[in-house]
Design a protein around this ligand. Structure first.
Ligand SMILES: *Cc1c(COP(=O)(O)O)cnc(C)c1O
Ligand SMILES: [Zn+2]
Length: 424
């Protein structure tokens, strides 16, 4: 296991603290898959699933041999992350037009988003290296997740969030778990640029998704999905694209699983961006050589309100390797799709609904065929952004007309009024 530059191929040992190469390329973890293949079996993973044995009952550490084989168990910081359900429901299948559409609900994680899958590994790595001060820039969920793991391990955490641009559920988590919360002027991209440039100088270990250990942890989403589907890869996996760490991780996870012979193919990766924050989609559709950032990203899906995604090269590689696609959807499509997800009783935050709105669009465009098996990732919990949900149902979102509105009804405590309201 080592760290390797994705641009020039230079290698670094696993215990070296750095986030980029001298050539400024991102680093990725290279696993010793030959050794891993000998160490694991489907039976091993089946035995750990549902077990209460720490840390192997975790939906991430169940796959330790494929994620971070070098870390001693006692250095692992885990709160049983992962172990999220795969659901299906008729309203969803009808809505996207697929008989075999599933959603994997990463919002069932301990802090309510898939960031926990990666964060447990990044914080464990910090712990392994003896680092006690960690930091991230965040649109919200990374900070909520980091804050929880800091609380468990009594680490000193500092989060940088864009002032006024973070959903209430997420901000409240960061404050409540007890990290130092810096509400900075500027947007997420600017905050990330600052922490990338200054974290080493400030003695902070950075746990954004440029940290390759985050990506290793998030591979577990692919592993768990394959395991839950009887070690079969779906035809497609669809996910929202913000900073593009997750698309990188899911692709890498399936490639590695295929390489060790656990799945017979890799699914096609579909990345779905919001139209107001779509630099990766433009790159894809216009066939550009490199990413042109969107300077003022805007979308109701705050978790993907990112104009300059750091992991675009990694994600592009995964989309290409899997013969995948990149698509974009409007805020209107996002919020209507979210309303359908919510109405199934599963629910999600706005960004997550890119998966469902994107699936619908790709089916309509004939790119996904109606017989194919498709899994959409629901990245974050419905409770993360109550403002977006309530304002949709109150029809108070600018530029959005709710198609699936469930308006609250105001009534007096009067039998006649209430009978009318119930029956009306
Ligand atoms: C972080 C996040 C995303 C975006 O994931 P990337 O890895 O940055 O592309 C999407 N949805 C939710 C809910 C998130 O928290
Ligand atoms: Zn390099």
């Amino acid at each position: 296991m080592l760290q390797k530059c994705i641009d020039c191929g230079k290698e670094f040992p696993v215990n070296e603290v750095r986030y980029e190469c001298g050539c400024s390329g991102l680093l990725e973890i290279v696993q010793d898959l030959k050794a891993a293949k000998k160490a694991v079996s489907k039976k091993l993973f089946e035995g750990r699933m549902g077990s209460r044995e720490y840390p192997y009952g975790s939906g991430v550490w169940r796959y330790k041999e494929l994620i971070h084989p070098l870390i001693p168990d006692e250095k692992i910081v885990s709160i049983w992350e992962g172990n999220t359900g795969i659901h299906f429901g008729e309203p969803l299948r009808g809505y996207v037009g697929l008989g075999n559409f599933f959603v994997k609900a990463q919002g069932e994680n301990p802090t309510g988003s898939f960031k926990d899958n990666g964060m447990t590994v990044a914080i464990s790595q910090a712990n392994f290296l003896g680092l006690r001060k960690v930091a991230c820039a965040s649109t919200g969920n990374t900070s909520a997740s980091m804050a929880a793991y800091c609380a468990i391990e009594k680490m000193n955490g500092i989060v940088f969030v864009p002032k006024g641009n973070i959903a209430m559920g997420k901000l409240s988590q960061a404050l409540a778990y007890g990290v130092k919360t810096l509400q900075v002027e500027g947007n997420f991209d600017e905050a990330l640029k600052f922490v990338r440039a200054n974290s080493l100088k400030l003695g902070m270990y950075l746990v954004n998704s440029i940290n390759p250990f985050r990506i290793e942890g998030q591979k577990s989403i692919a592993f768990e999905m394959a395991q839950q589907m009887g070690w079969k890869a779906p035809d497609w996996v669809i996910m929202p694209g913000g900073n593009l760490g997750n698309a990188s991780a899911i692709g890498k996870g399936f490639r590695e699983l295929n390489e060790i012979g656990f799945v017979e193919k890799i699914p096609r990766i579909a990345v779905v961006q919001s139209k107001g924050a779509n630099p990766f989609c433009r790159l894809w559709k216009e066939g550009l050589d490199s990413l042109i950032p969107v300077n003022e990203p805007h979308t109701i899906a705050s978790a993907v309100k990112i104009g300059n995604p750091v992991s675009w090269k990694k994600a592009l590689r995964e989309v290409q390797a899997s013969k995948g696609v990149v698509e974009e959807v409007s805020d209107q499509e996002i919020m209507d799709a979210k309303a359908i997800v919510d109405s199934t009783g599963i629910g999600c935050e706005p960004a997550s609904a890119c998966s469902v709105a994107g699936a619908k669009k790709l089916v309509e465009n004939g790119i996904i065929k109606s017989h194919e098996v498709v899994v959409g990732l629901l990245t974050g919990n419905i409770l993360k952004d109550p403002d977006a949900t309530i304002n949709y149902h109150l029809n108070k979102l600018e530029g959005i007309t709710p198609k699936f509105q469930n308006r609250p009804v105001e009534v007096g405590l009067d039998f006649g009024q209430i009978k009318k309201a119930i029956e009306g």
